[in-house]
Design a protein around this ligand. Structure first.
Ligand code: COA
Ligand code: MG
Length: 287
C-alpha cells in the first residue's frame, strides 16, 4: 500500500509551475484544468497541458477536469485520456454517483476508441459541496475506478456559507473518512490549506487531518510539500512506541494474556493492530 501524503496542484496552463511541481517531492501532482484556469483560457490550457505532460516527473500525475455539468468536460477528456503519462483523472465538483458513472463511461469509451488498456486510469471524485458530502458513500461506491476521494474544503465552505476553521470542516472531513471506509476504498486526501505562508497553521491542520483518518493532504505551493510529507509519515517516537507495544504484547499473548499495560496505557488487540498498521505504512513507503 502506498499512500499520497501530498498531492500538489499546479495550473495546467502555467508551464513554469507545472514543470517545477512535477520534480518536487510530492507523491502526486494535479495539473488543473478547472479553477486554476480562467474561463477564457480553458481551451488553450488543453494544448499547454500536452507540453507539460512531456516534462520529466517524479511522482504520479493526475489531471483535474472541469465538472461533469460544465461545457468543458468532453473536450477535457478528449484532450487527456490516452496520454501514457497520466495515472488518473480528478473530477471537479462531483455531485452524485450518477455523474461519476457518466465520466467513467466516457473514459471507458475513449479507452476503447483509442485501443488503450482497460481501466488503467483512476477516477478521483472531488467532494466539494454539501450535497456531495452527504452522498459521499454512494459516490465512493460509484464504480471500480474510484479508489479515493479528495476533499475540496474551500468550495465546500463557500457552499455552506462558512469560513475556514477546523470546526466548520469537521463534519465533512469525518463523513469522507467514514464513507471511504464503508465503501472499501482508500482513505481520503484532505483539503488544501490556502494560507501558504503559514506553515505552523498548515502543520496543525495536516496533523488534525491525519488524526481523524486522512492519508494525506492536497497542497498548492512548493513550501507546503515537505512539512505535509513529514506529518503524514509516522514520527521516530511513534515507530519506537509501536515496536515496543508489539513486542511486549506478543510476549504476553504467548503466555495467554490479551490485556497488558505499558507506561499506564491499556494495550489490547486493537491497539496492537493499530501499531502494526503504523509499521506497515513505514515499510510500504520504504519500498
Ligand atoms: N507548483 C509549482 N511551483 C509553484 C507553485 C505550484 N503550485 N506555486 C508557486 N510555485 C513556484 C513559483 O513559480 C515560484 O517559482 P520561481 O521563483 O522559480 O518563479 C516559487 O514557487 C515561489 O512562488 P511564490 O512567489 O511564493 O508564489 P506565486 O505568487 O508564484 O504563486 C499561487 C502563488 C497561489 C498563485 C501558486 O502557488 C499557485 O498557482 N498554486 C496552485 C493553485 C491551484 O492550482 N489551485 C487550484 C487547486 S485549489
Ligand atoms: Mg475549486
Amino acid at each position: 500500500m502506498s499512500i499520497y501524503r501530498t498531492i500538489l496542484f499546479a495550473p495546467a496552463n502555467d508551464l513554469r509551475k507545472a514543470g517545477k511541481a512535477l520534480m518536487l517531492e510530492a507523491d502526486g501532482v494535479v495539473l488543473d484544468l478547472e479553477d486554476a484556469v480562467a474561463t477564457s483560457e480553458k481551451r488553450k490550457a488543453r494544448i499547454t497541458i500536452q507540453e507539460a505532460l512531456n516534462l520529466p516527473h517524479k511522482g504520479r500525475v493526475f489531471i483535474r477536469v472541469n465538472s461533469a455539468r460544465s461545457n468543458f468536460i468532453l473536450g477535457d477528456l478528449l484532450a487527456v485520456v490516452g496520454s501514457s503519462k497520466i495515472d488518473g483523472i480528478v473530477l471537479a465538483k462531483a455531485e452524485s454517483a450518477e455523474e461519476v458513472r457518466w465520466v467513467d463511461w466516457l473514459i471507458t469509451k475513449l479507452e476503447q476508441e483509442r485501443e488503450l488498456p482497460k481501466d488503467q486510469l483512476e477516477l478521483i471524485p472531488f467532494i466539494e459541496s454539501a450535497r456531495a458530502v452527504l452522498d459521499s458513500y454512494v459516490i465512493a461506491s460509484a464504480c471500480p475506478r474510484v479508489h479515493r476521494l479528495f476533499f475540496g474544503g474551500i468550495d465546500y465552505l463557500l457552499d455552506i456559507c462558512a469560513s475556514y476553521s477546523k470546526e466548520a470542516l469537521f463534519f465533512a472531513r469525518s463523513q469522507l473518512v467514514i464513507s471511504s471506509r464503508a465503501a472499501g476504498i482508500e482513505s481520503p486526501v484532505d483539503t488544501v490549506y490556502p494560507d501558504f505562508k503559514d506553515i505552523e497553521g498548515l502543520v496543525a491542520d495536516a496533523r488534525l487531518a491525519r488524526q481523524i483518518g486522512f492519508q494525506g493532504k492536497l497542497v498548492i505551493h512548493p513550501g507546503q510539500v515537505n512539512p505535509v510529507n513529514e506529518v503524514f509519515m509516522p514520527s521516530a517516537d511513534e515507530i519506537e512506541w509501536a515496536g515496543k507495544i508489539i513486542s511486549a504484547f506478543e510476549e504476553a499473548e504467548a503466555s495467554g494474556i490479551a490485556v497488558i499495560q505499558i507506561d499506564g496505557k491499556m494495550i489490547e488487540y486493537p491497539v496492537v493492530n493499530r501499531a502494526r498498521q503504523v509499521l506497515a505504512l513505514v515499510a510500504s513507503n520504504q519500498k
